[in-house]
Design a protein around this ligand. Structure first.
Ligand code: J2J
Length: 532
């Protein structure tokens, strides 16, 4: 039996409770409480609807009734693959009322990822849109269900096409709030950026995740006049809880869900809704900058522009600060927990050149060398961390957990410098991950699929510098026979294997032989030297 959730040691948990980090509230009670405070205020806006807190509370309890009638109950896992629409949030809280656990997947995931996640979690239901960007999610869901016996229900927002329609879940009467989960239970499963073969999931508890959202809201000084524009996908930790949706609902503000990150569409929403805070990644930043210079839209309501997810070059940061009226906030976060932000009053150069400081005093940070010894101040080392909202173990991943943690500290795989002020500067990474402007994936996962191609004997995927993506991916390929695969061959192959399209190969380089380490793995240090 593998471990679903590795709890914090009781000693640490007691400390986090005593210091007020963990407040003993579930997400269901959280929504009830904020509805009590802000009932008639607008909680949620998307392209079709505007919901008050009371609407959201009622609808989520009615959908909970519909889900209960399907047999969904406490502890059940439900795969959620919805775009930035109100239904995501209604469903999320409906699951919370039942003590069930949403699994946040990526909109781009295809059958390779979805079958894996469904099997790993033994999910009972899968919730999808009908058709997005000409892709029929209902067919994907049918395929996943046919492969995963636990998956009993497919629920569709839009035309159900033979599955269950989301709107039919709206039971006539809302279910009462009943405490079917405890504050220390897992409230949601987030997706990890990945470093190994198969995607990993991160269990976040009610106590820890609500703490995370509250601290992030404080770092952004949010009040009940906050209007947050959700640009990045809503299931992403940044958008959902840093402060994102939960941080804004916690203060009685309004969340506006953007259906896509296109800047001209988003600036229209920004102007119309008088948005005060939003969050983007470095991949979008140049597009947003160009549009900000060209647009007639009034962007003057914006107070905080958060940018995070990948390294933001200093020059780009300075341009952002000069172009947008509000304050730039660099955000260095991870679905695993630790959240660092620059302060709103900090000197412009600190904001342009650092990734900020941890949001909780109780966040413990170590910067260590290859042997685990702390490096002198200002030197580069791997960031290790533990704290009140950082995981102690991945979901059902005992083997991986044995090496991903040391002494309770999570090994982030990020290489950082810590300045005397405590600010962190992210300078690189030790983990085998590709980060294309904030969209990340595990190199070994894609290598495994590449090596299944008949023309590939060995494959190794490495990041190479790219001016605005930060990184692009280069596949070193040793061909299996006389013919060599082209990039197009490999992309067609990856798509046919059911891999999300963002896990891509930007360039192929052919090798006669794979340089290898003494233990027979591809020698990525030697390959990296070929890239410079
Ligand atoms: C360099 N690398 C960064 C940054 C993340 C807020 C913001 C981002 C994420 C996120 C998040 C970086 N500069 N500013 O969850 O709440 C890289 C690091 C990190 C990994 C985590 C949030 N911000 N990174 O990106 O789980 O390598 O979370 O370990 O997707 O992204 O990725 P993810």
């Amino acid at each position: 039996m593998t471990t679903d959730f590795v709890p914090w040691p009781e000693e640490d948990a007691a400390r986090y409770r005593a210091a007020g980090y963990w407040r003993g509230e579930t997400s269901s009670r959280f929504l009830e409480r904020v509805t009590g405070l802000s009932g008639e205020r607008t909680a949620l806006v998307d392209d079709r609807v505007r919901l008050t807190y009371r609407d959201l509370f009622e609808q989520s309890r009615r959908v909970a009734g519909g889900l209960r009638a399907l047999g969904v109950g406490a502890g059940d896992k439900v795969l959620v693959q919805l775009p930035n629409r109100a239904e995501f949030v209604v469903l999320w809280f409906a699951l919370q009322h039942l003590g069930a656990v949403p699994v946040h997947t990526q909109p781009g995931h295809r059958h390779a990822e979805m079958i894996h996640l469904a099997r790993l979690t033994e999910a009972v239901a899968y919730v999808v849109p009908d058709v997005r960007s000409r892709f029929d999610h209902r067919e994907l869901a049918s395929l996943v269900r046919a492969n995963v016996p636990s998956l009993r229900h497919v629920i569709v927002v839009g035309d159900p096409g033979g599955h269950i329609a989301f709107e039919d879940l709206l039971a006539p009467a809302p279910v009462p709030v009943e405490d079917l989960a405890r504050p220390g239970d897992v409230a949601l499963l987030l997706l990890s950026g990945g470093t190994t073969g198969a995607p990993k999931l991160i269990p976040r508890t009610h106590d820890d995740y609500l703490c995370n959202a509250r601290l992030a809201a404080e770092a952004c000084r949010l009040g009940d006049d906050a209007v947050y524009l959700a640009v990045l996908t809503i299931g992403f930790n940044f958008t959902f809880g840093c402060p994102g949706l939960l941080g804004v609902l916690g203060v009685g503000g309004t969340v506006v869900l953007a259906d896509n990150p296109d800047p001209s569409y988003c600036f229209g929403l920004l102007e119309r809704e008088r948005v005060t805070i939003t969050a983007i990644n470095p991949l979008l930043t140049p597009l947003w900058l160009d549009e900000a210079l060209a647009t007639d839209a009034d962007l003057s309501s914006l107070r905080v522009l958060q940018i995070g997810g990948a390294r933001l070059p200093g020059d780009l940061a300075r341009q952002v600060a000069a172009t947008f009226g509000g304050t730039l906030q660099q955000v260095f976060g991870m679905a695993e927990g630790l959240l660092c932000t620059t302060g709103l009053d900090e000197a412009p150069e600190v904001i342009a050149t650092t990734q900020g400081r941890p949001v909780a005093e109780a966040d413990e940070v170590r910067v260590v060398d290859e042997h685990g010894a702390e490096v002198p101040g200002g030197a580069v080392g791997e960031l290790l961390t533990k704290g009140p909202y950082t995981l102690r173990g991945y979901y059902r991943a005992d083997e991986h957990n044995a090496t991903a943690f040391t002494d309770g500290f999570y090994r982030t795989g990020d290489l950082v410098r810590r300045l005397p002020s405590g600010h962190l500067v992210v300078v690189g990474r030790r983990k085998e991950q590709i980060n294309r402007g904030g969209e990340k994936f595990a190199a070994p996962e894609v290598e495994g699929h590449l090596e299944a191609h008949p023309l590939v004997r060995a494959a190794a995927l490495l990041p190479a510098p790219h001016p605005y993506l930060g990184e692009r991916s280069v596949a070193f390929i040793v061909p299996a026979g006389t013919g060599a695969p082209t990039r197009e061959d490999l992309l067609t192959h990856l798509a046919a294997r059911g891999l999300a399209a963002y896990k891509t190969v930007d360039e192929v380089r052919l090798l006669e032989e794979m340089p290898s380490t003494p233990v027979g793995k591809a020698d990525k240090k030697a390959l990296a030297r070929l890239l410079v």
